[in-house]
Write a protein that binds this ligand. Structure first.
Ligand code: 5GP
Length: 191
């Protein structure tokens, strides 16, 4: 998606050869006009699949998932929590998710009442890196008997292998900008 690639080139910064910082429009300050365009594009790619629920993970997936819902007939947005809150006395699905950016493993949690066998789910996230977050979310949908109709990510870092792994697992993965590599302070996109 050219609009997004141009924005990453203009306002994104790379940290070393692994991390992209896009906090002026995607991760800290949010450009809602851009989010609308991203969400519309997700609809073009996944809108024909009968999706009735959107699943993401806190925190930075929530905003993009929420605007995406506007294009999917206001499908409910469920976000996995990264820690078990004191108020959560329901039964829940869990998935251990390793974060390569933070070097930690956290247990993502979704209350069982928010995922069911009738759900046709679009998984949405801001970044796809090693694929651990998306894989964990998909496992919870499947444990509930639901269907993962697609995995929609804003920025995929192809060189970290998560997209390849998820596609090989049979998931319908689509990313709006795919970064092939980051080298000598420059971001290279896949055409
Ligand atoms: P994965 O589970 O695919 O390895 O990583 C995806 C998660 O890690 C995303 O939810 C995102 O929050 C975070 N992440 C991975 N790479 C980056 C990055 O380059 N920049 C930012 N801001 N977040 C990232």
């Amino acid at each position: 998606m050219e609009l997004l690639k141009n924005r990453i080139i203009k306002d994104g910064t790379e940290i070393g050869s692994e991390i992209v910082k896009v906090d002026s429009f995607l991760n800290h300050q949010l450009d809602i006009g851009l989010f609308k365009a991203l969400a519309k594009e997700f609809y073009c790619r996944f809108g024909h699949l009968g999706i009735n629920k959107i699943l993401t993970i806190e925190a930075s997936g929530i905003a993009v998932a929420t605007i995406t819902s506007m294009y999917f007939d206001l499908a409910p947005v469920v976000f996995a929590k990264k820690t078990l809150p004191n108020t959560m006395n329901d039964e829940y699905y869990t998935a251990d998710i390793k974060s390569f950016t933070k070097g930690t493993v956290s247990t993502a949690v979704v209350a069982k009442k928010f995922l069911s066998a009738d759900d046709k789910v679009l998984i949405v996230d801001d970044f796809l890196a090693h694929g651990q977050a998306a894989k964990g979310l998909a496992s919870m949908v499947e444990e509930a008997g639901g269907t993962v109709c697609g995995i929609a990510t804003v920025i995929e870092k192809e060189f970290q292998g998560g997209g390849k792994m998820l596609r090989e697992m049979g998931y319908n993965v689509s990313s709006l900008a795919i970064i092939e590599k980051i080298e000598d302070g420059q971001i290279y996109f896949k055409n």
